[in-house]
Design a protein around this ligand. Structure first.
Ligand code: GDP
Length: 417
């Protein structure tokens, strides 16, 4: 498992996931983030939220070393994929920040509490993500709590969010004795070891076979209703079944026609590895995203509309989404949408017409910054050397000025009572 933590030196944009965790305050976002960093080997010691030692929580030592604690983005690796975790404020009061983070991520995990189900605040964040068309999977957390029930939480997802749940796991045990899940796609049982040192995968235990079989059929039927072509493939070649089901789930996720639902207990470190597998399997890569659009001449836009595809060969185009002051210097976090940025290159802030040089390109990790020679379309990095760029500024190649349009925000979705 730890091998997942090996740094990837070069990453194809298809193997990048720019991920946000969307959650109601207290649903467990900090704990999940920290467990993800642990599972991916990005950190080696688990902290506990109530001890104030989690990496993503405030820590004066981290600040002294110049490493952001509420890092705008933290990178880790899983199954040969580069996962950039983008911080999304949990509180709707930080709406501008929520909007900006939704703009730079490509997919999200929406976290729900297994006892409370969908709460008003999780509903607001869900609607915001709907408006930005962010593909999502759902994680029902705190399955270890007294009164936790996956079916009830799933029913509230269906009722309150008006989305079709695609439940891909069956919990093994309830509340305090929640010890594992049956993966309904692979039809395997995963059991976490009591000492939190990973999990064991095995055949579905006999007493659960019938229920797992029924739930798998229900999943297939739901997928087939939403996705007629998948049904034909199921019938045509049963050997393709699992692969086909996974592909259909991915397509439904990207189209927003259904939401894959997983479950676990972040606190007990149960459910994190399958969640990461689902992030890689179902959520989009930067290359799945449509080109970004903008106006050629920036503020005095008399020029033609421009499109920039997520391709390293396009003219460099990026959005600054967070600026933080650290001991290392002024860090400007960028989402690169197109082209390649090389260390030392000049970049243009097309709105002000000012050109500045990028001194360093950093990938921010939980406990260190990694210097990089370049960043390509799809990457999220922090750069040092820019003095004037603000959050929301478009940065581009001096020869190809463009100001990115504000995100196209769809009409609000009417809330389902
Ligand atoms: P955030 O506000 O969404 O970042 O939530 P936190 O990660 O800070 O968690 C809020 C509280 O819920 C903390 O006291 C956690 O220890 C607790 N918590 C998080 N995950 C779980 C879980 O899976 N089970 C239980 N029982 N408690 C959890």
């Amino acid at each position: 498992m730890r091998a997942n933590g090996r740094p990837l030196t070069t990453t194809s944009p298809t193997a990048v996931r720019n991920l946000g965790i969307l959650a109601h305050v207290d649903a467990g976002k900090t704990t999940i983030t920290e467990r993800i960093l642990f599972a991916t080997g990005a950190i080696h010691k688990r902290g506990e939220v109530h001890h104030g030692t989690t990496v993503t929580d405030y820590d004066p030592q981290e600040r002294d070393r110049g490493i952001t604690i509420f890092a705008a983005a933290v990178s880790c690796t899983w199954s040969g994929h580069h996962v950039n975790l983008i911080d999304t404020p949990g509180h709707v009061d930080f709406s501008d920040e929520v909007e900006r983070s939704l703009r730079v991520l490509d997919g999200a995990v929406a976290v729900f509490d297994a006892v409370a189900g969908v709460e008003p605040q999780s509903e607001s964040v869900w609607r915001q993500a709907d408006r930005h068309g962010v593909p999502r999977i759902a994680f029902v957390n705190k399955l270890d709590r007294a009164g936790a029930d996956l079916d009830t939480a799933v029913a509230s997802i269906r009722r309150r969010l008006g989305v079709v749940p695609l439940v891909v796991q069956l919990p093994i045990g309830r509340e305090d004795s929640f010890t594992g899940v049956v993966d309904l796609v692979a039809m395997r049982a995963l059991r976490w070891r009591a000492d939190s040192a990973g999990f064991e995968s095995g055949p579905v235990p006999e007493p659960l076979r019938e229920e797992a079989g029924e739930r798998r059929r229900l999943l297939e039927e739901t997928v087939a209703e939403l996705h007629a072509e998948a049904l034909e493939e199921f019938c045509a070649d049963s050997r393709l079944r699992d692969g086909t089901l996974a592909r259909a789930l991915r397509e439904l996720t990207l189209r927003g026609d259904g939401v894959v639902v997983l479950c676990g207990s972040a606190y007990r470190n149960r459910g994190i590895e399958p969640l990461l597998d689902a992030v890689v399997a179902y959520l989009p890569a930067p290359t799945d995203m449509p080109p970004v659009r903008g106006a050629a001449n920036g503020a005095e836009a008399d020029g033609a509309e421009q499109e920039r595809a997520p391709d390293p060969a396009e003219p460099f185009t990026a959005l600054a989404f967070k600026v933080t002051a650290t001991a290392t210097g002024r860090l400007t976090y960028l989402r690169v949408y197109a082209g390649t940025l090389r260390k030392g290159a000049a970049v243009l802030d097309a709105a002000t017409g000012r050109t500045e040089r990028v001194g360093r390109i950093l990938r921010v990790q939980a406990d260190r910054h990694e210097d990089r020679q370049e960043a390509v379309a799809g990457d999220i990095v922090a750069v040092i050397g820019l003095k004037s760029a603000r959050a929301g500024t478009t940065l581009c190649a001096p020869g190809a000025p463009v100001v990115l349009e504000p995100p196209t925000v769809a009409e609000p979705v009417v809330s389902v009572a």
